[in-house]
Design a protein around this ligand. Structure first.
Ligand SMILES: Cc1cc2nc3c(=O)[nH]c(=O)nc-3n(C[C@H](O)[C@H](O)[C@H](O)COP(=O)(O)OP(=O)(O)OC[C@H]3O[C@@H](n4cnc5c(N)ncnc54)[C@H](O)[C@@H]3O)c2cc1C
Length: 385
């Protein structure tokens, strides 16, 4: 059996971010094994996120960034000023290549392309069984454990989307401003539906149909909605599809124990890095893996996440939004319109990043449909706490 100081199970966003930050510190002297069943040589996802500049090392490979975004809601359309923030688009393949290139300079870091069958905590370390080998790590960082997503006392939604990277025969896209949310599309059933548009040039853009709901749609429904949107709102008749993206992100308040055992630490989606009320994970993954590396350097072990009053309060707000959407207590597009119309976008971004005080949170929550959120908040409290 091969032994390592650290084994990273899953070399996707969380696994590679963790390895990257380890490689910038004294931890680069440790033996580190990254196991992934995939070679990560395809552009398998698009990451969008907001951030102030120079917060993480990936600014150099950001594909596009903007300082304003279009928002189209219920009787409200505007180009929102992002203040100190930028809205950034990073291609999965650029991230994988950038990080792998950095890690390749370190002979202590090894990649294997194997499928993990089992992870087990033992008194002497985290034990990993793959289709080909067995490994033991002082710590195993697990980003492959699937969430349950069916716990009765939790709110479980899915964020599912299909995107087309299209090329048009005429210039139609405004390259200075992406559309972050367009709720003018038909709203049906539980949850909320919107489009977003990321322009690459005046004739090329990623157009994505996104749904927050408890069930996926049939494949033809995503296509039909994309066709309708291109024709009705973007007035595009002729285009070619160069690339397609489909994804499902869990939006859940399911508890995710970071320590799955003495030697197994969950990271990424498995570790609760996805913000339950938005599905955004990129920027949180950078924060959480940076903190994990700091703990490993200073304490020699991962610290338990702090579940203080502020954190519990913010989790409760996430649960409340999910409750409002799942129980159809208010129209999702009205909720998001109220938030973006009545609050400066930088304040909203800080709120969603959990960087605001509880006083500021109350101020923001006073702008959403009050009765729906009061009922949702009480129900979430009863269910979850
Ligand atoms: C298409 C798509 C688009 C997204 N867009 C955004 C966005 O715009 N902004 C945002 O903030 N978030 C976005 N997300 C959400 C989130 O940022 C990503 O899902 C992110 O990749 C999660 O990181 P992770 O490390 O948990 O999982 P992943 O990046 O999926 O990494 C998990 C890795 O584990 C490997 N693996 C799984 N099982 C095994 C096994 N048994 N054995 C070996 N290897 C295994 C996989 O191959 C994968 O490489 C998106 C998600 C998807 C799916």
């Amino acid at each position: 059996m091969q032994k390592y100081d650290y084994i990273i199970a899953g070399g996707g966003l969380a696994g590679l971010s963790l390895a990257y930050y380890m490689n910038q510190t004294v931890l680069r002297e440790k033996s580190i094994l990254i196991i992934d069943q995939d070679t990560k040589t395809k552009n398998d996802r698009t990451w969008c996120f907001w951030e102030k500049d120079n917060q993480n090392p990936f600014d150099a490979i950001v594909h596009r960034k903007w300082n304003k975004v279009y928002f189209h809601g219920t009787n409200f359309s505007d180009a929102l000023d992002l203040g100190d923030y930028s809205y950034k688009w990073l291609k999965g393949i650029d991230f994988y290549n950038f990080v792998k290139l950095d890690l390749l300079t370190n002979p202590n870091i090894k990649f294997v392309n194997e499928r993990i069958e089992r992870l087990k905590d033992t008194p002497i370390g985290g034990f990993v069984i793959t289709t080909e080998n067995q490994y033991l790590g002082s710590y195993v960082f697990d980003s492959i454990k699937p969430l349950k997503l069916d716990l009765e006392d939790c709110h479980n939604m899915l964020q599912h989307f299909k995107g087309w990277e299209i090329v048009t025969d005429k210039p139609v896209f405004d390259t200075t401003c992406p559309t972050m949310m367009d709720y003018r599309v038909e709203q049906r059933g539980t949850g909320v539906r919107f489009m977003y548009v990321l322009p690459e040039s005046t004739t090329r853009a990623m157009v994505e149909y996104t749904v927050f709901s408890d069930k996926l749609l049939s494949p033809t429904e995503y296509d039909a909605e994309l066709h309708k949107y291109l024709k009705r709102f973007l007035k595009i008749e002729n285009f070619t599809i160069e690339h397609e993206e489909f994804g499902v992100i869990p939006m859940t308040d399911e508890p995710t124990p970071n320590h799955a055992g003495e030697h197994i630490v969950r990271i990424g989606t498995s570790g609760g890095y996805v913000k339950a009320s938005t599905g955004y994970a990129f920027q949180r993954t950078q924060r959480f893996t940076q903190q994990l590396v700091k703990d490993l350097v200073t304490l020699g072990k991962p610290s338990l996440p702090k579940k203080n009053f502020k954190k519990r309060f913010k989790d409760w707000l996430d649960s409340t939004l999910l409750n409002v959407l799942l129980k159809n207590r208010a129209l999702g597009k009205d909720v998001f319109t109220a938030l973006y119309q009545k609050n400066p976008t930088p304040r909203l971004f800080a709120f969603l990043d959990e960087d605001t005080t509880i006083f500021e949170d109350f101020r923001i929550m006073s702008t959403v449909p009050l009765w729906a959120f009061t009922k949702g908040a009480l129900d979430a409290l009863r269910k979850r706490f």
